[in-house]
Every structure is written in structure tokens, then in C-alpha cells.
Design a protein around this ligand. Structure first.
Ligand SMILES: Cc1cc2nc3c(=O)[nH]c(=O)nc-3n(C[C@H](O)[C@H](O)[C@H](O)COP(=O)(O)OP(=O)(O)OC[C@H]3O[C@@H](n4cnc5c(N)ncnc54)[C@H](O)[C@@H]3O)c2cc1C
Length: 387
């Protein structure tokens, strides 16, 4: 029978980061099982590649700052380009209440060490992003060090880096259950490729983390949430370095990637299958209408239907990750529920989970706010409203 010190379930950006950081710390044999034929076929390959430290909770700001530090050193450490480009994130407020909430979040950001986020007036918005129709906007906030990353570049860097350190990736191998020893310990991981005796297990199964946890008898509060992305034909009137621009009113946002404009609007999907990843024409019609009204030059392009896509966020009840040992279990660890921020936070979460698993606690950051037991203790983080 095969064995590993740690078995990581899922080769998305979180699983790969965890595996890399464990191996870099000298952890014994680490194995990653991934049911797809290659890495990144879950949510990671479907992310739009935004990076921000402008969050409304201290822990999310700190996770971003730690990740940012690691992204700066990524190429030197891993020999791969994570694609971090500080083009900025520009949040736009349509009324005083929205602006007030953005500025309160800025207070939290300052406390957590993010200095450069600042308030902008409507004329400041025009300077930062001249394509936006500013009528009806009262102001906003801008952080120049937010921006973009390449999700598959980060994932590839961690997969290759982990591989060089001896981590074994098994593709086309699904975790189908666990052998429990009756005292809250997982003795072996059952997979489509046979059982693997293990010291510990990490659940890094993204939007599919709850079904994996259920096999271990754990009720994990992580749910899939479909997110769609509309893509225009190649379009030259908006620059590649245009900041991610977000209308707080309804979450509509846009960016330019590889010469095309990505249009995103978080709707409340009415899907019978929660894992549905189809793109709806009615959603496309709505998002195009929003885009043309707010960014007039977009009337000069149209949607390339073939390139539009949808994917799944991995939502936790309070919109924050669950990081650490699963409640009531001896050797089952969770790196789940990043709620749509998993790529940008993967560098930090991988390092922190390696510390928890190998040292018994994280020491680079205080991650008490992310403890998986917080829901049972009735102490969730405040659910983010705008950020
Ligand atoms: C449209 C969209 C835009 C997004 N934009 C951003 C963004 O701008 N910035 C950002 O930071 N994040 C963004 N996200 C969120 C981001 O994609 C996720 O938070 C992140 O990819 C989660 O990584 P993961 O490794 O946990 O999950 P995944 O990448 O989904 O990896 C989980 C893996 O587990 C595997 N798996 C599942 N069950 C099993 C099993 N039983 N056995 C073996 N393997 C299994 C899956 O096949 C999958 O490969 C976006 C997501 C979407 C959908």
C-alpha cells in the first residue's frame, strides 16, 4: 500500500501552495491527489486574476499583504512569473453610504498596515480611469499597489517548485473517502488509484471541499457559487494597465486582459445544480447593458460568446477562509472557503497552513479569525458588505 506523511486533496492553487510550503519546510513525503488530468481545472484556471489588499476585515488585509510580499519574491524563489502588476483597484461609490463604508474599510486597512489606499473625488476618478462615466458617482477609493496576477503562473510555480522538492502529484486520481480509526484520526485516504496510508490530510478541494469533508464525517460550511465572466472581442480603446474598476452599487467590475475587456457582475444565480458552470445569455445581455452605460466606449465592441466562461467561488458563511485543523479531528486540516479570493491569498495560506501542520500553530500571522471552529462557537467574522 502507498503511503505519505501528508496527502493534499486537490491540485488547485491552494493545494499546490500548501504542498510546496510543506516540502520547503522539510516535511516528509507529500502527495497531492487531483481528480482532473492536470492542475488548475477547478476554479484556479477560471479566475480573472485580480489582486487586492483593499478589504474590510483586518485578517483579509493582512493575508493580502503577506501574499504581496511573497509575490514580490516569487520569481527569485520559484523561477516563475506570478504576473503581479500593480495597476490598482478603483472602487466607485454612487452615494454617501457607499463612500462611507469604503472609507471605514480604509481605516481598517491602515490599522493592518496598508498605507497607500486613498480616497478619490469624481475628478480624481476621471484622471485614474478616463473611460468611466462619472455622472452619478460621489467618489471612491483607489489603491495603486492592488492590481493583477496570473493565476496559472502562480499555480505552475508552486506545482513545479513542489515537484523539485520531491512532492508527488497524482493526476486522474480522485479521493473517494477515508479510513477512520474511530478516534478522530484518518488512517488512510481512499482514492480511485488505491488507498494511501497517511500521517495527515489537507482538504484543498476548493468549491468541492464540502463533499470531500463529508466523507470524513465533517459538515463543512463551504458552498459553490457560480460566477460568470463576459469577454469582448479584441479592443484597443481601453489600456491593458487600466485598474480593476468596481461599481460598489452592484459589484459590476471590469478589467482588460490580453487585449480584451472582461466584464463581471455578481448575480444571484438561480441554478438547479449548485455546481453548474454554464454561461447564460440573459446574464450576458444584462452585463453588456451595464457596461455600455457606465463605460461609453464599450458600445464600440461586442461580446465574443465563445470566450465567455463561468466558474465557482468557494463560499464560506462569513466570506473568509477556514484555515487549520478540522474541529474534532486529529489529523484533518482545512484550507477552504476563500470565497473568491483564493488565488491572491494562496501564497499566504499555503505558508500559514504549513506552519499550523508542522509547528502546531501559525506564527507569521495571527490566524485566529480563520479558525474552522468559529461557526460552531458562534463567532464568525463580520460578513463583508462591500469589500
Ligand atoms: C470567475 C471567477 C473569477 C475569480 N477571480 C478571482 C480573482 O480575481 N482573484 C482571486 O484571488 N480569486 C479569484 N477567484 C477565486 C479563485 O479562483 C479561487 O478562490 C481559487 O482558485 C481556489 O483555489 P483552490 O485551489 O482552493 O480550488 P480549485 O482551483 O478549484 O482546486 C481544487 C481542486 O480540487 C480537485 N478536487 C475536488 N474534489 C476532489 C476529489 N474528491 N479528489 C481529488 N481532487 C478533487 C478539483 O478538481 C480542483 O482541481 C475567481 C473565481 C472565479 C470562478
Amino acid at each position: 500500500m502507498r503511503s505519505a506523511e501528508v496527502v493534499v486533496i486537490g491540485a488547485g492553487v491552494i493545494g499546490a501552495s500548501v504542498a510546496y510550503h510543506l516540502a520547503r519546510r522539510g516535511c516528509g513525503p507529500v502527495m497531492v491527489v487531483e481528480r482532473s488530468r492536470s492542475s488548475g481545472e477547478g476554479s484556479t484556471g477560471r479566475a480573472t486574476g485580480g489582486f487586492r489588499a483593499q478589504f474590510g476585515s483586518e485578517i483579509n488585509v493582512r493575508l493580502s499583504l503577506l501574499s504581496r510580499e511573497k509575490l514580490w519574491r516569487f520569481e527569485e524563489e520559484l523561477g516563475a512569473d506570478p504576473g503581479y502588476r500593480p495597476c490598482g483597484y478603483l472602487f466607485l461609490a454612487g452615494d454617501g453610504a457607499q463612500l462611507g463604508a469604503l472609507l471605514r474599510a480604509q481605516g481598517v486597512q491602515r490599522e493592518a498596515g496598508l498605507e497607500e489606499a486613498r480616497e478619490v473625488t469624481p475628478s480624481g476618478i476621471e484622471e485614474i480611469n478616463p473611460a468611466i462615466r462619472t455622472g452619478g458617482l460621489v467618489g471612491g477609493v483607489f489603491c495603486p499597489t492592488d492590481g493583477f496576477i496570473r493565476p496559472m503562473g502562480i499555480l505552475g510555480g508552486y506545482v513545479e517548485g513542489a515537484g523539485r522538492l520531491g512532492v508527488r502529484f497524482e493526476y486522474g486520481v480522485e479521493c473517494t473517502g477515508f479510513e477512520l480509526d474511530g478516534s478522530g484520526r484518518i488512517a488512510a485516504v481512499r482514492t480511485s488509484g488505491g488507498d494511501v496510508v497517511c500521517g495527515s490530510v489537507v482538504n484543498a478541494a476548493g468549491a468541492w471541499a464540502a463533499p470531500v469533508a463529508r466523507e470524513a464525517g465533517l459538515d463543512l460550511p463551504v458552498e459553490p457559487l457560480r460566477r460568470q465572466a463576459a469577454v469582448t472581442h479584441p479592443f484597443e480603446l481601453l489600456p491593458e494597465d487600466m485598474p480593476m474598476t468596481i461599481f460598489v452599487e452592484d459589484g459590476f467590475h471590469l478589467r482588460v486582459r490580453d487585449g480584451r475587456v472582461l466584464l463581471l457582475w455578481p448575480d444571484e444565480p438561480a441554478v438547479a445544480d449548485p455546481f453548474d458552470q454554464s454561461v447564460e445569455d440573459s446574464w450576458l445581455g444584462t452585463v453588456v447593458g451595464m457596461a455600455r452605460e457606465r463605460v461609453p466606449c464599450l458600445s464600440q465592441t461586442s461580446i465574443d460568446r465563445e470566450r465567455c466562461w463561468a466558474g465557482l467561488y468557494e463560499m464560506s458563511p462569513d466570506g473568509h477562509a477556514l484555515l487549520g485543523k478540522a474541529p474534532g479531528m486529529e489529523n484533518f486540516y482545512l484550507a477552504n472557503g476563500s470565497s473568491g479570493h483564493g488565488v491572491m491569498h494562496a501564497p499566504a495560506l499555503g505558508q500559514l497552513l504549513a506552519e499550523i501542520l508542522l509547528d502546531g500553530a501559525a506564527h507569521t500571522l495571527d490566524v485566529h479569525a480563520l479558525r474552522p471552529s468559529r461557526f460552531a462557537e458562534d463567532e464568525p467574522n463580520l460578513t463583508p458588505t462591500l469589500l
